[in-house]
Design a binder for this molecule. Structure first.
Ligand code: PGA
Length: 252
């Protein structure tokens, strides 16, 4: 069925030496990519050193890209450049990008198109704020974000997209959604994809949960029917924890 996918989001952490040390401990310990997709998404200048050391079963991803392929866009990073470094994945629309750097559903959609154009595998993030959950607006917010992100995206293009459900109140707070809450929202997202693209796409699209995932809770989360993996911040920085969590996904 759907192959699980565990992606570490290193955010703005680790220096080059620290990244190399991580790769030294992790890359040869990854289970086969027939069983699980294991990904590390890091700051762009680390790409070369990570890709050199990624080994057989670990893939490398970026955390952002520009919606244009080239041009006068000082400080931006193009999908074309990422592809030329053999980067495989790119996170798009992470809540930190939306909330701190002003990304909108419209820019997420444009970045998604840039990723697909450059044959990068997008991990598209959606998720609600705490007040939205408390006011029963979670499904409404998810619907708006997903319809916005996937405007003009075809069913064929959906085959290469991973979705990450990340409730903002659970990110970096130590406050994980319960496995039931995570499953409920991931099931809602799958139902929405079914309405938009039909059963085949809804059945095959991979949906990750993200927000304070760690070795202590991954087994329970990954066991849920509609959760196909995790997008992991803090706990992915630690080699032993990352290895544990990738192996937990293999057991799914
Ligand atoms: P966290 O971050 O695991 O540190 O909560 C998740 C994310 O931001 O993707």
């Amino acid at each position: 069925m759907r192959k699980p996918i565990i992606a570490g989001n290193w955010k703005m952490f680790k220096t080059r030496d620290e990244a190399i040390e991580f790769m030294y401990q992790v890359s040869e310990s990854m289970p086969s990519n027939q069983l699980v997709d294991s990904v590390i998404c890091a700051q762009a200048p680390m790409m070369r050193c990570l890709i050199k050391r990624q080994g057989q079963n670990l893939r490398i991803g970026a955390q952002n890209l520009c919606y244009e392929d080239q041009g006068a866009y000082t400080g931006e990073i193009s999908g074309q450049l990422l592809k030329s470094y053999n980067v495989d994945y790119v996170i798009i629309g992470h809540s930190e990008r939306r909330n701190i750097f002003g990304e909108t559903d419209e820019t997420v959609n444009k970045k998604l198109k840039a990723a697909l154009r450059n044959e990068l595998l997008p991990i598209v993030c959606v998720g609600e704020h705490l007040e939205e959950r408390e006011n029963n607006l979670t499904n409404k917010v998810l619907t708006k974000q997903i319809k916005g992100a996937f405007a003009d995206i075809s069913a064929i293009e959906m085959e290469n997209i991973v979705l990450a459900y990340e409730p903002i109140w659970a990110i970096g707070t130590g406050k994980t959604a319960t496995a039931e809450q995570a499953e409920e929202s991931c099931a809602f997202i799958r139902k929405l994809i079914k309405e938009m693209y039909g059963l085949v796409v809804a059945d095959q699209i991979r949906i990750q949960y993200g927000g304070s995932v760690k070795p202590a809770n991954i087994d329970e989360i990954i066991a849920k029917e509609n959760i196909d993996g995790a997008l992991i911040g803090g706990a992915s920085l630690d080699p032993e924890k990352f290895i544990y969590m990738v192996n937990a996904a293999v057991k799914k």
